[in-house]
Design a protein around this ligand. Structure first.
Ligand code: ADP
Length: 541
């Protein structure tokens, strides 16, 4: 017997309608390329999204077509986040930091019909356009008509908007229709497309806004430093609208002083970004203190937030850090690391240990850890296994790729490729990616644990640990270290002595090399693929 409840499609236009009805005056602020601030409200967003939906129709975009965006975080990009899916098409966010070959591959693979380009990034796109054959129109924003470009079939955003009608009936009626496409940045292999549906993104939005999750409310002001071209900006553009939270978008201004200024001036309550961004902000706020007392949660994810930095933020700046974990394949939110009531009695240093874990699953996401034989492991805080997940906002296949057992289990779980322990109370602690683990003499060594410990040393700015081949043990750990510019010099012996009491003897790195900078991926994570390459070529230490 079926229930007798409404068949109400969970589509993106519902989210926008809600914000328009309830929070018409809440502000959306963008720092423009010239450094000035642009501000409007959800009412303006709503009206412009309708115009933009008409523009898409005039450009020949049909339901199901892929429309690319190549842009910083700004209000035009936000308009595209709504107009594309609300007109039935698929919003394909292109990562501006990809290598040209990857960018070409992705646009052609997705068969984008129209691409919207932030003119400040035009040269990057011009460099690849000749290898792209599917795009019928390019639309430029943050640009005036006089702008010269090598791209064919170019129109200008504001001109199209000025000519468009602002009356539009939303076209997304099937909640299972695709609404967004995002390729993984390829930290571990070729980029693969994750195709979100309206339903999955709607449910993700509700999941993100649960009280035990990000808990956004209309009192929040969210600064999205996490790029809109990466994992749908963690779903924040939708979560903010549903909650009525105000939004601040930094455009191309990602330097620590710019971010510190935006947080202070716009009274941001939730800044969101990856750890490397927050390392820079910490030093900026220490050197040039500002009033940031309104920050209720510094949201961090995408890579492990070093415990030392969580402690430093709280001790020195009185800023509460909220650590979260996710993946492009998970829309992306999987876990958050709020303290629970039973942690409140703990001494501070133990609370920081909890916050340094990636957290407990957001309700709606199921998790398990398994061993190499696929057997489920205990949640005892010690046993390490591969993390597998399932739920309504988790991918079941990649776009135009045959489902492979490498990524999906026969019983319907997604293999994350992360290795973690789960504590009895459900907190995941990532110890590695399966591809980054050091396997020494049959035992697993966590590169992440070594890195975090090294980065807690006052002379160390960044540290990455990679596996290097070893005749006797198979693999051994090697640490690659960047010293802080203002720090006292330290030798490799001193760093090894510093690590020694913290780890079993066989975990200690065999080699240590000092370098100027750890290479980063397109989304700011340590690129260990490059480090392993350099080692193999004899160019590392
Ligand atoms: P990729 O890095 O392959 O481009 P994503 O950007 O989707 O893919 O990143 C997902 C991965 O990032 C996760 O599988 C995990 O390894 C890592 N990650 C994300 N958040 C965290 C976190 N808080 N701590 C540690 N690792 C994280």
């Amino acid at each position: 017997m079926h229930g007798l409840m409404m068949d109400y499609p969970l589509t993106m236009d519902r989210i926008l309608e809600h914000a328009y009805r309830l929070y018409p005056h809440k502000r959306i602020t963008t720092k423009l390329p010239d450094g000035s601030m642009h501000q409007y409200t959800y009412t303006h967003l709503y009206e412009r999204v309708k115009r933009l939906a008409n523009v898409l129709g005039k450009l020949g975009v049909k339901p199901g077509d892929r429309v690319g965006t190549f842009a910083w975080n700004n209000y035009q990009h936000l308009e595209l986040y709504y107009a594309i899916p609300c007109s039935g098409a698929v919003c394909h966010t292109l990562n501006i930091r990809l290598f040209p070959e990857q960018l070409t591959y992705i646009v052609n693979h997705a068969e984008d019909k129209v691409v919207f380009i932030d003119a400040t990034l035009l040269p990057l796109f011009e460099g690849v356009a000749e290898q792209i054959d599917c795009v019928q129109h390019y639309v430029l924003f943050n640009a005036d008509r006089g702008l010269e470009t090598k791209l064919p079939n170019v129109s200008f955003y504001e001109e199209l908007m000025a000519d468009a009608d602002d009356d539009y009936e939303w076209r997304a009626t099937d909640e299972n229709a695709a609404m967004g496409l995002c390729y993984t940045s390829g930290t571990t292999g070729d980029p693969k497309g994750v195709l979100y549906s309206h339903r999955s993104m709607y449910l993700h939005t509700m999941g993100a806004n649960q009280a035990n999750s990000l808990a956004l409310t209309e009192a929040d002001v969210v600064l999205t430093v996490v790029p809109q071209f990466h994992a749908m900006a963690w779903g924040l553009p939708y979560a903010c609208a549903f909650a009525g939270a105000e939004m601040v978008m930094p455009g191309p201004h990602l330097k620590p002083p710019d971010l510190a200024e935006m947080i202070a001036e716009e009274k941001v309550t939730v800044p969101a970004g990856v750890p490397t961004i927050w390392t820079g902000l910490y030093h900026e706020l220490k050197e040039n203190p500002r009033d940031v007392s309104h920050v209720r949660a510094l949201l961090v994810g995408g890579a492990a937030m070093p415990r030392a930095l969580i402690e430093a933020y709280e001790k020195d700046l009185n800023i509460n850090v909220l650590h979260a974990w996710g993946m492009t394949e998970m829309s992306p939110l999987g876990t958050v690391s709020h303290l629970q009531s039973h942690h409140h009695e703990l001494p501070k240093h133990e609370q920081w240990d909890v916050k340094a874990r990636q957290g407990y699953p957001v309700a709606g996401v199921e998790m398990r850890i398994v061993n190499d034989a696929g057997e489920e492991l205990l949640w005892d805080g010690v046993t390490m296994g591969e993390v597998q997940v399932r739920g309504p906002w988790i991918a079941k296949a990649y776009y135009k790729v045959d489902s492979s057992s490498e990524h999906f289990t026969p019983d319907g779980w997604f293999r994350t490729g992360d290795v973690a322990t789960m504590s009895e109370d459900g907190y995941m602690h990532i110890t590695d990616r399966t591809k980054d683990l050091v396997k020494s003499g049959g035992e697993w060594i966590s590169s992440v644990a070594l890195e975090n410990s090294l980065m807690a040393h006052q002379s160390v700015m960044e540290a990455a640990v990679i596996a290097i081949p070893d005749e006797r043990w198979g693999e051994r750990p090697m640490a690659v270290v960047v010293l802080a510019s203002d720090a006292n010099p330290v030798t490799d012996e001193e760093l090894l002595e510093y690590l020694a009491p913290k780890f079993p003897k066989f975990w200690l790195p065999n080699r240590l090399a000092f370098i100027e900078e750890i290479p980063k991926t397109s989304v700011g994570k340590f690129d260990k693929k490059v480090l392993r390459h350099r080692y193999a070529e004899g160019k590392l230490g």
